[in-house]
Design a protein around this ligand. Structure first.
Ligand code: DOR
Length: 443
Protein backbone atom coordinates (compact mmCIF):
# COMPACT_ATOMS: atom_id res chain seq x y z
CA UNK A 1 0.00 0.00 0.00
CA UNK A 2 1.26 3.50 -0.82
CA UNK A 3 2.51 5.42 2.18
CA UNK A 4 0.44 8.36 3.37
CA UNK A 5 1.75 11.42 5.19
CA UNK A 6 0.43 14.74 6.47
CA UNK A 7 2.55 16.81 4.08
CA UNK A 8 4.90 16.21 1.17
CA UNK A 9 7.20 18.92 -0.16
CA UNK A 10 8.14 17.88 -3.68
CA UNK A 11 11.07 18.74 -5.94
CA UNK A 12 12.78 21.39 -3.83
CA UNK A 13 16.57 21.76 -3.73
CA UNK A 14 17.01 20.51 -0.19
CA UNK A 15 20.02 21.28 2.00
CA UNK A 16 20.65 18.17 4.11
CA UNK A 17 23.67 16.85 6.00
CA UNK A 18 24.31 14.70 2.89
CA UNK A 19 24.61 17.73 0.66
CA UNK A 20 22.22 19.77 -1.46
CA UNK A 21 20.03 17.86 -3.90
CA UNK A 22 16.62 17.96 -5.51
CA UNK A 23 14.39 15.63 -3.51
CA UNK A 24 11.08 15.21 -1.68
CA UNK A 25 10.40 15.50 2.03
CA UNK A 26 7.51 13.83 3.86
CA UNK A 27 6.17 15.11 7.16
CA UNK A 28 4.09 13.20 9.69
CA UNK A 29 2.91 14.45 13.09
CA UNK A 30 5.14 17.52 12.80
CA UNK A 31 8.34 15.56 12.22
CA UNK A 32 10.32 14.69 9.11
CA UNK A 33 9.21 11.15 8.19
CA UNK A 34 11.08 10.51 4.93
CA UNK A 35 13.52 12.17 2.55
CA UNK A 36 14.00 10.96 -1.02
CA UNK A 37 12.00 10.17 -4.14
CA UNK A 38 8.44 9.87 -2.81
CA UNK A 39 6.66 9.44 -6.14
CA UNK A 40 4.52 6.57 -4.83
CA UNK A 41 3.49 8.32 -1.62
CA UNK A 42 0.60 10.68 -1.00
CA UNK A 43 -0.29 13.23 1.66
CA UNK A 44 -3.18 15.35 2.85
CA UNK A 45 -1.22 18.40 1.65
CA UNK A 46 1.31 18.39 -1.19
CA UNK A 47 3.37 21.32 -2.37
CA UNK A 48 5.57 21.50 -5.43
CA UNK A 49 8.74 23.49 -4.68
CA UNK A 50 10.38 23.20 -8.09
CA UNK A 51 12.85 26.05 -8.52
CA UNK A 52 12.96 26.79 -4.78
CA UNK A 53 15.49 25.87 -2.10
CA UNK A 54 14.59 24.25 1.22
CA UNK A 55 16.82 25.12 4.18
CA UNK A 56 16.53 23.72 7.69
CA UNK A 57 14.44 26.23 9.65
CA UNK A 58 16.48 29.33 10.48
CA UNK A 59 16.91 29.92 14.22
CA UNK A 60 17.65 33.42 15.56
CA UNK A 61 19.34 32.95 18.93
CA UNK A 62 19.37 36.63 19.92
CA UNK A 63 16.30 38.87 19.83
CA UNK A 64 14.87 41.52 22.15
CA UNK A 65 11.08 41.51 21.93
CA UNK A 66 10.63 43.11 25.39
CA UNK A 67 7.73 40.94 26.51
CA UNK A 68 5.87 41.95 28.64
CA UNK A 69 5.74 45.02 26.48
CA UNK A 70 3.89 48.30 26.21
CA UNK A 71 1.03 48.75 23.79
CA UNK A 72 2.90 50.84 21.24
CA UNK A 73 6.01 48.67 21.33
CA UNK A 74 7.19 45.28 20.17
CA UNK A 75 6.03 42.22 22.07
CA UNK A 76 6.05 38.48 21.53
CA UNK A 77 3.22 38.66 19.06
CA UNK A 78 4.59 41.37 16.77
CA UNK A 79 8.17 40.17 17.14
CA UNK A 80 7.30 36.61 16.17
CA UNK A 81 5.18 37.83 13.24
CA UNK A 82 8.33 39.55 12.01
CA UNK A 83 10.28 36.33 12.52
CA UNK A 84 7.76 34.25 10.54
CA UNK A 85 7.72 36.82 7.71
CA UNK A 86 11.48 36.66 7.57
CA UNK A 87 11.69 32.87 7.33
CA UNK A 88 12.74 32.37 10.97
CA UNK A 89 11.23 29.32 12.72
CA UNK A 90 12.49 29.90 16.27
CA UNK A 91 13.80 32.76 18.41
CA UNK A 92 15.65 33.02 21.73
CA UNK A 93 14.61 36.14 23.61
CA UNK A 94 16.97 38.11 25.80
CA UNK A 95 16.18 39.01 29.43
CA UNK A 96 16.74 42.80 29.38
CA UNK A 97 13.03 43.45 29.27
CA UNK A 98 11.20 46.36 30.92
CA UNK A 99 11.34 44.42 34.14
CA UNK A 100 14.41 42.24 33.77
CA UNK A 101 13.79 38.50 33.39
CA UNK A 102 15.79 37.25 36.37
CA UNK A 103 13.61 34.60 38.03
CA UNK A 104 12.23 31.18 37.19
CA UNK A 105 8.78 32.66 37.68
CA UNK A 106 9.48 35.29 35.01
CA UNK A 107 10.55 32.57 32.56
CA UNK A 108 7.36 30.60 33.25
CA UNK A 109 5.34 33.79 32.87
CA UNK A 110 6.89 34.47 29.44
CA UNK A 111 6.26 30.88 28.34
CA UNK A 112 2.61 31.29 29.36
CA UNK A 113 2.36 34.63 27.52
CA UNK A 114 3.78 33.02 24.39
CA UNK A 115 1.04 30.39 24.23
CA UNK A 116 -1.39 31.35 21.47
CA UNK A 117 0.51 34.58 20.72
CA UNK A 118 3.89 33.47 19.42
CA UNK A 119 3.98 32.67 15.71
CA UNK A 120 7.28 30.81 15.94
CA UNK A 121 8.98 28.49 18.43
CA UNK A 122 10.73 30.27 21.27
CA UNK A 123 12.99 30.12 24.29
CA UNK A 124 13.85 32.70 26.94
CA UNK A 125 17.15 33.57 28.58
CA UNK A 126 17.38 34.24 32.28
CA UNK A 127 19.46 37.31 33.16
CA UNK A 128 22.23 36.90 35.72
CA UNK A 129 22.19 39.52 38.48
CA UNK A 130 23.97 39.82 41.81
CA UNK A 131 20.82 38.79 43.69
CA UNK A 132 19.82 35.64 41.78
CA UNK A 133 23.11 33.73 41.57
CA UNK A 134 22.09 31.05 44.07
CA UNK A 135 19.07 30.09 41.94
CA UNK A 136 20.63 30.10 38.48
CA UNK A 137 21.58 26.41 38.47
CA UNK A 138 17.97 25.49 39.12
CA UNK A 139 16.31 28.03 36.84
CA UNK A 140 18.58 27.50 33.82
CA UNK A 141 17.06 24.02 33.49
CA UNK A 142 13.43 25.08 33.19
CA UNK A 143 12.16 23.64 29.87
CA UNK A 144 11.94 26.56 27.45
CA UNK A 145 14.78 28.46 29.15
CA UNK A 146 17.63 29.10 26.68
CA UNK A 147 20.15 29.39 29.53
CA UNK A 148 21.83 32.23 31.39
CA UNK A 149 22.66 35.61 29.80
CA UNK A 150 25.24 37.98 31.26
CA UNK A 151 25.77 41.65 30.44
CA UNK A 152 29.37 42.55 31.37
CA UNK A 153 28.73 46.12 30.16
CA UNK A 154 25.55 48.21 30.36
CA UNK A 155 23.35 48.26 27.32
CA UNK A 156 19.55 48.66 27.18
CA UNK A 157 18.01 47.98 30.62
CA UNK A 158 19.73 47.55 33.97
CA UNK A 159 21.15 44.03 33.84
CA UNK A 160 24.83 44.06 34.70
CA UNK A 161 27.52 41.75 36.08
CA UNK A 162 30.49 44.10 35.93
CA UNK A 163 33.10 42.66 38.31
CA UNK A 164 35.15 39.47 38.15
CA UNK A 165 34.05 38.23 41.54
CA UNK A 166 30.34 38.26 40.65
CA UNK A 167 31.00 36.94 37.15
CA UNK A 168 33.09 34.10 38.58
CA UNK A 169 30.24 33.26 40.99
CA UNK A 170 27.75 33.19 38.07
CA UNK A 171 30.02 30.90 36.03
CA UNK A 172 30.21 28.51 38.96
CA UNK A 173 26.43 28.05 39.00
CA UNK A 174 24.90 25.42 36.74
CA UNK A 175 26.45 23.84 33.67
CA UNK A 176 24.77 25.00 30.46
CA UNK A 177 26.58 27.29 28.02
CA UNK A 178 26.31 30.91 29.19
CA UNK A 179 25.70 33.69 26.66
CA UNK A 180 27.66 36.86 27.36
CA UNK A 181 27.63 40.47 26.14
CA UNK A 182 31.32 41.38 26.32
CA UNK A 183 31.99 45.07 26.88
CA UNK A 184 34.00 46.20 29.91
CA UNK A 185 31.80 48.35 32.14
CA UNK A 186 34.70 50.18 33.84
CA UNK A 187 36.10 51.30 30.50
CA UNK A 188 32.64 52.28 29.23
CA UNK A 189 32.19 54.59 32.22
CA UNK A 190 35.72 55.98 31.91
CA UNK A 191 35.19 56.83 28.24
CA UNK A 192 31.57 58.05 28.33
CA UNK A 193 32.90 61.59 27.79
CA UNK A 194 33.80 60.58 24.22
CA UNK A 195 30.10 60.06 23.49
CA UNK A 196 29.03 63.19 25.33
CA UNK A 197 31.62 65.45 23.70
CA UNK A 198 31.15 63.92 20.26
CA UNK A 199 27.36 64.26 20.48
CA UNK A 200 26.95 62.27 17.22
CA UNK A 201 26.68 58.50 16.68
CA UNK A 202 29.82 58.62 14.53
CA UNK A 203 31.76 58.52 17.84
CA UNK A 204 29.85 55.49 19.17
CA UNK A 205 32.60 53.05 18.13
CA UNK A 206 35.25 55.32 19.65
CA UNK A 207 33.42 55.45 22.99
CA UNK A 208 32.77 51.67 23.02
CA UNK A 209 36.14 50.98 21.41
CA UNK A 210 37.98 47.80 20.43
CA UNK A 211 39.74 47.61 23.79
CA UNK A 212 36.38 47.78 25.63
CA UNK A 213 35.21 44.64 23.84
CA UNK A 214 38.55 42.80 23.89
CA UNK A 215 39.15 43.40 27.61
CA UNK A 216 35.78 41.89 28.47
CA UNK A 217 36.21 38.86 26.18
CA UNK A 218 39.61 38.17 27.75
CA UNK A 219 38.28 38.52 31.30
CA UNK A 220 35.39 36.21 30.47
CA UNK A 221 37.56 33.49 28.93
CA UNK A 222 40.02 33.57 31.88
CA UNK A 223 37.17 33.15 34.35
CA UNK A 224 35.46 30.49 32.22
CA UNK A 225 38.71 28.51 32.11
CA UNK A 226 38.91 28.66 35.88
CA UNK A 227 35.27 27.58 36.27
CA UNK A 228 35.54 25.06 33.39
CA UNK A 229 32.36 26.56 31.99
CA UNK A 230 31.30 26.79 28.34
CA UNK A 231 30.57 30.34 27.21
CA UNK A 232 29.07 31.93 24.11
CA UNK A 233 30.41 35.36 23.18
CA UNK A 234 27.54 37.30 21.65
CA UNK A 235 27.89 39.77 18.76
CA UNK A 236 31.66 39.76 18.35
CA UNK A 237 32.65 42.89 16.41
CA UNK A 238 36.45 43.17 16.35
CA UNK A 239 39.36 41.60 14.48
CA UNK A 240 41.23 41.35 17.80
CA UNK A 241 38.51 39.32 19.54
CA UNK A 242 38.22 36.95 16.57
CA UNK A 243 41.98 36.23 16.83
CA UNK A 244 41.74 35.79 20.57
CA UNK A 245 38.63 33.58 20.49
CA UNK A 246 40.05 31.41 17.70
CA UNK A 247 42.62 30.30 20.28
CA UNK A 248 39.90 29.39 22.83
CA UNK A 249 37.41 27.42 20.81
CA UNK A 250 37.53 24.58 23.34
CA UNK A 251 35.20 26.53 25.61
CA UNK A 252 34.08 29.65 23.77
CA UNK A 253 31.62 29.80 20.89
CA UNK A 254 31.17 32.94 18.80
CA UNK A 255 28.27 34.91 17.37
CA UNK A 256 28.32 37.77 14.92
CA UNK A 257 25.40 39.65 13.37
CA UNK A 258 24.18 40.41 9.85
CA UNK A 259 24.42 44.13 10.69
CA UNK A 260 28.13 43.87 11.55
CA UNK A 261 28.75 41.85 8.39
CA UNK A 262 26.92 44.38 6.22
CA UNK A 263 27.30 47.92 7.57
CA UNK A 264 30.55 49.81 8.26
CA UNK A 265 31.68 53.03 9.94
CA UNK A 266 31.88 55.87 9.19
CA UNK A 267 29.45 55.56 6.26
CA UNK A 268 26.61 53.98 8.25
CA UNK A 269 26.60 56.72 10.89
CA UNK A 270 26.62 59.52 8.32
CA UNK A 271 23.75 57.91 6.42
CA UNK A 272 21.63 56.44 9.22
CA UNK A 273 22.60 58.50 12.28
CA UNK A 274 21.34 56.94 15.52
CA UNK A 275 19.55 54.23 13.52
CA UNK A 276 23.00 52.67 13.01
CA UNK A 277 23.72 52.78 16.76
CA UNK A 278 23.95 49.43 18.49
CA UNK A 279 26.05 47.72 21.18
CA UNK A 280 28.71 46.61 20.56
CA UNK A 281 29.00 49.17 17.77
CA UNK A 282 29.28 48.87 14.03
CA UNK A 283 32.99 49.47 13.34
CA UNK A 284 35.20 50.27 10.35
CA UNK A 285 35.54 48.15 7.21
CA UNK A 286 38.75 46.55 8.49
CA UNK A 287 36.78 44.91 11.32
CA UNK A 288 33.97 43.94 8.98
CA UNK A 289 36.55 42.20 6.77
CA UNK A 290 37.89 40.37 9.83
CA UNK A 291 34.39 39.16 10.72
CA UNK A 292 34.04 37.75 7.20
CA UNK A 293 37.43 36.07 7.54
CA UNK A 294 36.20 34.49 10.79
CA UNK A 295 33.06 33.28 9.00
CA UNK A 296 35.25 31.75 6.29
CA UNK A 297 37.68 30.11 8.72
CA UNK A 298 34.92 28.59 10.86
CA UNK A 299 35.59 30.63 14.02
CA UNK A 300 32.03 32.01 13.97
CA UNK A 301 29.48 29.48 15.22
CA UNK A 302 26.19 31.31 14.79
CA UNK A 303 24.52 34.48 13.53
CA UNK A 304 22.10 36.30 15.83
CA UNK A 305 20.15 39.33 14.69
CA UNK A 306 20.22 41.16 18.06
CA UNK A 307 16.80 42.43 16.96
CA UNK A 308 16.18 45.49 19.18
CA UNK A 309 13.09 47.32 17.88
CA UNK A 310 13.36 50.77 19.45
CA UNK A 311 10.67 53.16 18.21
CA UNK A 312 11.42 56.11 15.94
CA UNK A 313 10.56 58.43 18.79
CA UNK A 314 13.26 56.78 20.91
CA UNK A 315 15.79 56.65 18.09
CA UNK A 316 15.20 60.31 17.23
CA UNK A 317 16.51 61.42 20.64
CA UNK A 318 19.87 63.19 20.40
CA UNK A 319 22.93 60.94 20.73
CA UNK A 320 23.93 59.57 23.26
CA UNK A 321 20.45 59.62 24.86
CA UNK A 322 19.26 57.61 21.84
CA UNK A 323 18.94 53.87 22.63
CA UNK A 324 21.16 51.28 20.97
CA UNK A 325 19.74 48.59 18.72
CA UNK A 326 18.22 47.88 15.33
CA UNK A 327 15.52 45.58 14.03
CA UNK A 328 16.95 42.44 12.44
CA UNK A 329 14.90 39.27 12.88
CA UNK A 330 12.95 39.81 9.66
CA UNK A 331 15.91 40.84 7.51
CA UNK A 332 18.40 38.18 8.63
CA UNK A 333 17.51 35.71 5.87
CA UNK A 334 17.28 38.11 2.90
CA UNK A 335 20.44 40.00 3.92
CA UNK A 336 22.42 36.79 4.32
CA UNK A 337 21.04 35.24 1.10
CA UNK A 338 22.27 38.34 -0.70
CA UNK A 339 25.72 37.79 0.82
CA UNK A 340 25.54 34.20 -0.51
CA UNK A 341 24.67 35.58 -3.94
CA UNK A 342 27.63 37.99 -3.74
CA UNK A 343 29.89 35.00 -3.03
CA UNK A 344 30.83 35.96 0.54
CA UNK A 345 29.77 32.60 2.00
CA UNK A 346 28.26 29.37 0.71
CA UNK A 347 24.65 28.43 1.26
CA UNK A 348 25.85 25.45 3.30
CA UNK A 349 27.89 27.74 5.57
CA UNK A 350 24.81 29.93 6.05
CA UNK A 351 22.85 26.85 7.13
CA UNK A 352 25.71 25.95 9.47
CA UNK A 353 25.45 29.42 11.06
CA UNK A 354 21.66 29.64 11.33
CA UNK A 355 20.48 26.06 11.95
CA UNK A 356 23.23 23.54 12.71
CA UNK A 357 25.22 26.09 14.76
CA UNK A 358 22.38 26.98 17.15
CA UNK A 359 21.53 23.27 17.54
CA UNK A 360 25.14 22.37 18.31
CA UNK A 361 26.03 25.09 20.77
CA UNK A 362 22.72 25.08 22.68
CA UNK A 363 22.09 21.31 22.49
CA UNK A 364 18.67 21.61 20.88
CA UNK A 365 16.43 18.56 20.64
CA UNK A 366 15.08 17.81 17.18
CA UNK A 367 15.94 21.07 15.44
CA UNK A 368 18.70 22.41 13.19
CA UNK A 369 18.92 19.91 10.35
CA UNK A 370 16.77 18.27 7.72
CA UNK A 371 16.90 14.66 8.87
CA UNK A 372 14.34 11.95 9.62
CA UNK A 373 12.93 12.29 13.13
CA UNK A 374 13.70 16.00 13.40
CA UNK A 375 11.04 18.73 13.64
CA UNK A 376 9.65 19.54 10.19
CA UNK A 377 11.01 23.11 10.28
CA UNK A 378 11.85 24.61 6.89
CA UNK A 379 12.82 27.99 5.53
CA UNK A 380 11.86 27.87 1.86
CA UNK A 381 13.74 30.45 -0.19
CA UNK A 382 13.95 31.69 -3.74
CA UNK A 383 17.66 32.25 -4.34
CA UNK A 384 16.95 34.17 -7.53
CA UNK A 385 14.23 36.56 -6.36
CA UNK A 386 15.29 40.19 -6.59
CA UNK A 387 13.55 42.37 -4.05
CA UNK A 388 13.98 45.66 -2.25
CA UNK A 389 13.84 45.63 1.55
CA UNK A 390 11.54 48.44 2.70
CA UNK A 391 10.26 49.81 5.99
CA UNK A 392 6.71 48.98 4.81
CA UNK A 393 7.53 45.29 4.85
CA UNK A 394 8.66 45.33 8.49
CA UNK A 395 6.12 43.68 10.84
CA UNK A 396 7.73 45.08 13.99
CA UNK A 397 5.67 47.86 15.57
CA UNK A 398 8.52 50.34 15.15
CA UNK A 399 8.26 49.90 11.35
CA UNK A 400 11.87 50.52 10.34
CA UNK A 401 14.96 48.64 9.25
CA UNK A 402 18.49 49.94 8.72
CA UNK A 403 18.33 48.17 5.35
CA UNK A 404 15.41 50.21 3.96
CA UNK A 405 15.95 50.65 0.22
CA UNK A 406 18.52 47.87 -0.12
CA UNK A 407 18.18 45.66 -3.17
CA UNK A 408 18.82 41.99 -2.43
CA UNK A 409 18.84 38.76 -4.36
CA UNK A 410 17.32 35.90 -2.36
CA UNK A 411 14.07 35.95 -0.37
CA UNK A 412 12.18 33.74 2.13
CA UNK A 413 8.99 32.47 0.47
CA UNK A 414 7.67 30.14 3.15
CA UNK A 415 8.18 29.42 6.83
CA UNK A 416 7.16 25.91 7.90
CA UNK A 417 7.24 25.04 11.60
CA UNK A 418 6.69 21.44 12.78
CA UNK A 419 4.86 20.77 9.49
CA UNK A 420 2.58 23.84 9.65
CA UNK A 421 2.99 26.50 6.98
CA UNK A 422 3.06 29.70 9.00
CA UNK A 423 4.04 32.07 6.19
CA UNK A 424 3.71 31.69 2.45
CA UNK A 425 4.34 34.38 -0.17
CA UNK A 426 4.33 37.14 2.42
CA UNK A 427 1.06 36.06 4.07
CA UNK A 428 0.88 34.75 7.63
CA UNK A 429 -1.35 31.68 7.72
CA UNK A 430 -3.38 30.00 10.43
CA UNK A 431 -2.95 30.97 14.06
CA UNK A 432 -0.04 31.72 16.36
CA UNK A 433 0.99 28.22 17.41
CA UNK A 434 4.65 28.53 18.38
CA UNK A 435 5.91 26.14 21.05
CA UNK A 436 8.85 26.20 23.47
CA UNK A 437 12.14 25.06 21.94
CA UNK A 438 13.31 21.79 23.52
CA UNK A 439 16.82 21.52 24.98
CA UNK A 440 18.64 18.30 25.81
CA UNK A 441 19.91 19.76 29.07
CA UNK A 442 16.53 20.78 30.49
CA UNK A 443 14.77 18.43 32.82
O1 DOR B 1 22.30 47.42 20.61
C1 DOR B 1 21.86 46.68 21.47
N1 DOR B 1 20.57 46.73 21.83
N2 DOR B 1 22.69 45.84 22.08
C2 DOR B 1 22.31 45.15 23.17
O2 DOR B 1 23.11 44.45 23.73
C3 DOR B 1 20.96 45.29 23.72
C4 DOR B 1 20.02 45.75 22.68
C5 DOR B 1 18.71 46.19 23.27
O3 DOR B 1 18.18 45.44 24.09
O4 DOR B 1 18.22 47.26 22.95
Amino acid sequence: MAQSFDLILRNGMVVTPNGTARTDIAVHHGRIAAIGGLGGASAAEETDLRGLTVLPGVIDTQVHFREPGLEHKEDLETGTRAAAQGGVVAIFEMPNTKQSTTTGEAILDKLARARGRAWVDHAFFIGAASDNIDHLAEWERIPGCAGIKVFMGSSTGNLLVADDQTLGAVLAQGFRRIAVHCEDEGRLIERKHVAEEGAHPRVHHHWRDVETALMASKRLVALAEKARRRVHVLHVTTAEEMDFLAAHKDLATVETTPQHLTLAAPECYERLGTYAQMNPPIRGAQHRDALWAAVASGVVDVLGSDHAPHTREEKDKPYPQSPSGMTGVQTLVPIMLDHVKQGRLSLERLVDLTSAGPARIYNLSGKGRIAVGYDADFTVVDLKAEKIITNDWIESRCGWTPFDGMKVTGWPLATIIRGQTVMRDGQLLGAAAGEPVRFQECR
